[in-house]
Write a protein that binds this ligand. Sequence first.
Ligand code: PAF
Length: 278
Amino acid sequence: MISFTTVNDLSAYIREIKPTKTIGFVPTMGALHQGHISLIEQSKKICDITVCSIFVNPTQFNNASDLENYPRLIENDLKLLLENGCDVLFLPSVEQMYPNGLQKNEEDYGQVLKLFEGLHRPGHFDGVITVVARLFDIVKPHKSFFGQKDYQQCIVVAELIKRKFPEIELHICPIQRETSGLAMSSRNLRLNETQKADALLIYKALEHIKTGFGQKDLPRLIDEAKEIITSSGLLTIEYLDVANAINLEPIENSNTKAVALAAVHCGPVRLIDNILLD
Ligand code: PAF
């Protein structure tokens, strides 16, 4: 694996390989787990060179303590990348990524930025748009790989690609789960065993919605799912709802392609998960 820390060095390498190699790109914030590895595996299957970036992006954190507590495990990340055959690692500093200071997107991305994560984490997606656009500009991949776990992020990145990088293919890869059903996330590292055992209720609740969708009255189904989560005194729900899977607007009827989305606090850790209802 070749590692780069500066934009200039990586750009020179990309210029050299791009004419003859298909470049796959997996952007991450590190603390890698099987979810990230599945993106790397997918990229390796269909690309010649897989580039992974590790950068904890300050502009997408709307909460200083979340940024401070975000797990940073670079030694373990390097080991995982090597074991899984990643070709190139980009590990830039904040100065390399934001040479003109920490600015973020000001373009209007419409209603999708005002719902769910956009509503509960104001400015989060503007930070994501900024950093992903900067990374796309530097890495210039043919294909990019994102996890369905961050469902709304996938919609936002699809819009960014449509507007600014139509040449880049977007691949959305399935959520990887622990055997318990808990969606894999870097944030799970901050859960103790009791919290982890309770956190799997989030997936149980989403599955409950999937099973009853189209059969039971939707508000009732959502209330039942909420009860599954709150049956643990440890979990508090930020949101749990069903939305149109394309634009996250409220669904009109059970024929709409829909997704159930949840954000739940488990002790000090905020977890998100989702399930497609088809
Ligand atoms: O999903 C993530 O880890 C981050 O939001 C991303 C896409 C790497 C941008 O910082």
